[in-house]
Design a protein around this ligand. Sequence first.
Ligand SMILES: Nc1ncnc2c1ncn2[C@@H]1O[C@H](COP(=O)(O)OP(=O)(O)OP(=O)(O)O)[C@@H](O)[C@H]1O
Ligand SMILES: [Mg+2]
Length: 374
Amino acid sequence: MALFNFFAKPLTSVIGIDIGSSAIKIVQIKKQNGQAVLETYGELSLGPYANATIGQAVILPPEKIANALVDLMREKEVNVTTNKCGISIPFASSLMSVIEMPAVSTKQLGLMVPIEARKYIPVPISEVALDWSIVPRSEVKIEDYPEGTPPDTGLATPVNIPKVDILVVAIHNDTIARYTDIVQKAGLAAGFFEIEIFSTMRAVLDDTLSPVMIMDMGAASTKLYIVERGITKASHTVNRGSQDITSNISKSLGLPLEKSEIMKRQIGATGEDKTMTEIIRLTLDYIFEEANHALLSFEKKYNKTVSKVILVGGGAALKGLSELAKANFNTDTVQANPFNKLATPAFLENILKETGPEFAVAIGAALRKLAEEE
Ligand SMILES: Nc1ncnc2c1ncn2[C@@H]1O[C@H](COP(=O)(O)OP(=O)(O)OP(=O)(O)O)[C@@H](O)[C@H]1O
Ligand SMILES: [Mg+2]
């Protein structure tokens, strides 16, 4: 009989895993004195597992992803010590909509939401795993009623019919099967699969109430999310990413991809090397244009201003990107620093700030897993 172990709960370590198209990112954290503490982190490029170069997006079968995961966890400098994890899955594997429902009991909503969701999901409902959550509304506004006045309820005092917004998320069963396969092959114990947007939000958002735009620049694409009070109001994927910069450098300067990737990272778009900045801008300007478009159409639709743009993803680590982004977006633009959600050693501060944008997704997944362990 263990009489005394009620206060001797061992510290649990957990990992967050982000399997990106070009690299796997992993972060191990634990809870200590009420704080999430960084234990270890690491990243592994997937290109070399598919005869491509570092920084390129590749498509790999589950067993190769599992091998890469195991390689990364065992790397001497990384040395992950647990298999308890939360895993992020690509935004592209999900379908998301916000639907409006009457504010009935959760049990009733459980019956109504799947029926209503059929209208928004273009594949048979039996082929997807459906998840939903209530988005609390601060108020039900008068303009929510077609005639501008609340309907007559027959009661002495007219009352507003409360409504709720429901965020519905669907993931295709094939995607879940693929990730379950990866988890098994890599010997992991996964608590959940979470669409990367939610992991990112947890890792980078503060308690700003006004809308912000998150721009995740990956290898093959750039994802844009406009988020307000913790809910995604709009999202858009631009089919350009940081690997397009590398291939433009390669084509323009007649250099191999490996060399171009190194030059991209070393020189960047600070303006010191004019040619390099020009080449990089070919891709960035395209992305900015689409981002501006997404931003403007959100602002027009909701009559609200986006107060901040937060840059994440490996592509956001590009030298000079912040300045160019600031000049483009007429609003506050910052590079995400998700490691500041964790207690970290002071001597790592600069390096964690630099590499932070890349680890946003993995940190967010780890934070959720840690919370679920309690
Ligand atoms: N220091 C750096 N400077 C410039 N570019 C960088 C730097 N570090 C990484 N990158 C680029 O960032 C890209 C990878 O970013 P990231 O790891 O966020 O992508 P991913 O998560 O694999 O992609 P996705 O989310 O689209 O699946 C690569 O194309 C790489 O060349
Ligand atoms: Mg990514």
